[in-house]
Design a protein. Structure first.
Length: 447
């Protein structure tokens, strides 16, 4: 096998970029190079380990060129269908391994948005076209480069090894930025492998990922790639809490006397929470609670109050496996069955008080986070609790709400004028309307 190993390999250069260089330098088609190196097409398209052709190239730190080191396979672009690139990086012969991640849309080196490669260039880049087929040629800075008129992709002429020079400044920058990005993604992947649902959720969708960036930065103690390109817009402080893991029996096996005792404890804790956080919000609490009554009329608009809203939602969460439901009563009349059956905790009044207070403050912080997006959204509840998910206790975070936000109903005219609360006619959930625009309610906050 006559493979020419290029010396011009950048830090964190993608494996498909290196493959292209080796293919060009060795003057082999892609399928020929795979066959000669004993690599199957499936192993090459989505490598979980360093493929044979890359291992045989004796390139240092080969793992850093494989995208599955930094994201789950479901979040890796299929290079036969889609390749994104930074025009400034590709202009000097560099394609970042992080550009292979589906949700990665900005080049952290140049702070520019990635461009989608056209189908013709994709075929050439992965070696599906005859090896003699090249891009259109034009002279750029005295070096022949290949230029595509469809996607504006330019690439140095790899056929002239003596002319091709690496950009030393880009090498230093790619190494500096790449080390930070690799540290972030590897920490997340370790979390995924250890069972952290926060790390797993980060890779699930754009909305969840955006919401988790700042909390995960606080947890991991390192900046995320979004911050490197100025894509972080939330400045809410975040606090992580590690709950105790009690070994008591599940509530399903409690005697009736014990069950009634826990319900009384929960009622007392809720009354104490009302006294502490809603002393000046009783009118707001009555209005918002009425929106959750059985058979409540949809379309009724009431003023926004974060403290009352968070409390009503917390009470519904303690009672309902899922909300909205057509048979549920109002938040303040609801019981605690969901909490008792699905979130085992210590029996003591002090511990239960801490847990429901944390739940209330968590709701406050999440509502402020969504309010500050300046959008209309609907709120729904599920049976998962922040501290107890998938049958085990896990760390959870609380976004700290501001004093201004908590007192918006009495002291902030901007909040009063811009945000209103109603019972949605489409989902029956509570909707927060931004600028009275119910038509635009497409977003859902699930607590």
């Amino acid at each position: 096998m006559n493979i020419y190993v290029p010396k011009q390999i950048y830090p964190y250069e993608s494996y498909i970029s290196i493959f292209y260089k080796i293919m060009r330098y060795s003057y082999l088609r892609g399928d020929e190079l795979l066959k000669d190196s004993g690599t199957t097409y499936g192993q090459h398209r989505m490598p979980f380990v360093v493929p044979n052709w890359l291992a045989s190239s004796a390139i240092g730190e080969s793992e850093s060129h494989i995208p599955t080191q930094f994201a789950p396979p479901t979040q890796i672009l299929n290079p036969t269908a889609s390749i994104r690139f930074c025009p400034l990086c590709m202009d000097v012969g560099f394609h970042s391994v992080f550009s292979c991640i589906k949700f990665y849309r900005y080049c952290s080196v140049h702070d520019v948005e990635l461009v989608e490669m056209c189908p013709e260039c994709v075929d050439r880049f992965i070696g599906n076209t005859p090896i003699g087929s090249y891009f259109y040629e034009q002279e750029i800075r005295g070096v022949t480069q290949h230029f595509c008129k469809n996607c504006n992709l330019s690439w140095p002429d790899l056929g002239h090894r003596s002319k091709f020079k690496v950009d030393c400044a880009l090498i230093a920058r790619a190494l500096e930025i790449g080390n930070l990005e690799a540290k972030w993604f590897r920490a997340l992947m370790r979390g995924v492998c250890s069972g952290s649902y926060h790390c797993a959720d980060y890779y699930s969708n754009d909305v969840t990922r955006e919401a988790l960036v700042v909390p995960l930065e606080r947890l991991l103690g390192i900046p995320c790639p979004d911050r490197l390109v100025g894509q972080i817009f939330s400045h809410q402080p975040v606090h992580w809490i590690i709950p105790d893991s009690p070994n008591n029996e599940q509530y399903d096996y409690l005697e009736l006397h014990d069950y009634q005792q826990i319900r009384m404890t929960l009622y007392a804790c809720c009354e104490a929470l009302e006294e502490k956080y809603l002393r000046g919000h009783q009118d707001c609490l009555a209005r918002i609670n009425s929106l959750t009554e059985y058979g409540a009329t949809t379309g009724v608009i009431c003023s926004f109050c974060s403290c009352a809203l968070a409390y009503v939602l917390m009470r519904l969460k303690l009672a309902c496996i899922k909300w909205p439901t057509i048979t549920s009563v109002s938040g303040r009349k609801s019981g605690f069955d969901c909490f008792i059956q699905r979130a085992p905790c210590p029996y003591s009044s002090a511990d239960i008080s801490k847990i429901i207070t944390a739940c209330y403050l968590n709701f406050l912080g999440e509502i402020q986070y969504w309010i500050e997006k300046g959008i209309s959204f609907t709120i729904e509840l599920n049976a998962e609790f922040p501290w107890y998910r998938a049958g085990k206790h896990q760390s959870f975070f609380i976004r700290r709400s501001s004093y201004r936000f908590r007192n918006a109903c009495t002291q902030d005219l901007d909040y009063q004028q811009l945000f209103k609360l109603t019972r949605s006619s489409r989902t029956s959930g509570l909707s927060i309307l931004y600028d009275d625009n119910e038509i635009s309610v497409r977003h859902v906050l699930t607590l």
